[in-house]
Design a protein around this ligand. Structure first.
Ligand code: PAF
Length: 281
């Protein structure tokens, strides 16, 4: 496994290794969810690249950039064992050199949910992901369904800017009690950790209702909110039952629905989701 810092080195290695490349972009502090992206990339490509970069432009000044968990030695060990060929760990000024001034903005699907709560977040994500795509030039790029809106936003960018790659969205990986894996789970105290599976329970309650024929969006949101309200440590930012492509809140969810939520538990802001029915186009 080669570990490099510069754009020039990534390009040199990429050019010297013919065959297909899969890329899994990450911000490090890797867990089994990231490993599942790498394994899928390994299965579908001749070579696998991973980027580890805590991207400052997707954090607001009030957010946890400085405190974001990091453990590069552990990450590299995990990636070597997962059979990764190339890891890019750029310093900030390799991605954003002095004088940098180009940003990528996706409009409509960034306005709601995470975009409403974190107005500058997706501009940072799409900018850095566009950079990663240009540097690695992957044939396939792997993202987690855990960040459902991020996957929708990147799909829109790939389509709008004609990036010549296939976007692969991999299923959420969960702990045994249903908590979705996230680097931010490390912020939870034992008491908060015990409370956190309430997100998954509330999604399951709405899923069960939907499968039993409850297709009214407002009532599905109500079911999720009611389960969250049973946990005093859970403070919801939003619950959503939205169109899986446009993210517009649904009245009639009979064709399919993306159930999602952001919930503050202590210092952590946890997100989770479930996709029901119609497959995203
Ligand atoms: O999902 C993430 O970890 C980040 O948003 C990404 C896609 C690596 C961009 O910084």
């Amino acid at each position: 496994m080669q570990v490099v810092e510069t754009v020039a080195e990534v390009r040199r290695i990429r050019r010297a290794a013919p065959g297909s490349w899969g890329l899994a972009p990450t911000m490090g502090f890797l867990h089994a969810g990231h490993v599942s992206l790498v394994e899928r990339a390994r299965a579908e490509n001749d070579h696998v690249g991973v980027s580890i970069f805590v991207n400052p432009t997707q954090f607001a000044p009030t957010e946890d950039l400085a405190a974001y968990p990091r453990d590069l030695a552990r990450d590299l060990d995990l990636l070597a064992r997962a059979g990764v060929d190339l890891v890019w760990t750029p310093p900030v000024d390799e991605v954003y050199p002095p004088g940098y001034q180009t940003y990528v903005t996706v409009e409509e699907v960034t306005r709601m949910l995470e975009g409403a709560a974190r107005p500058t977040h997706f501009r940072g994500v799409t900018t850095v992901v566009a950079r990663l795509f240009n540097v690695f030039q992957p044939d396939r790029a792997y993202f987690g369904q855990k960040d459902a809106q991020q996957a929708i936003v990147i799909r829109q960018m790939v389509r709008d800017l004609n990036f010549p790659l296939e976007l692969v969205v991999c299923p959420i990986v969960r702990e045994a009690d249903g908590l979705a894996l996230s680097s931010r789970n490390v912020y939870l105290t034992p008491e908060q950790r015990a409370a956190a599976p309430v997100l998954h329970r509330s999604l399951c309650a709405a899923r069960d209702a939907w499968q039993a024929g409850e297709h009214d969006g407002e009532r599905l949101r109500g079911i999720m909110a009611a389960v969250l309200a049973t946990e005093p440590l859970a403070h919801p930012d939003y619950v959503s039952a939205a169109d899986p492509n446009t993210l517009v809140e649904l009245g009639d969810a009979s064709l399919g629905v993306l159930l999602s939520m952001a919930v503050r538990v202590g210092k952590a802001r946890l997100i989770d989701n479930m996709l029901l029915g119609r497959v995203v186009d």
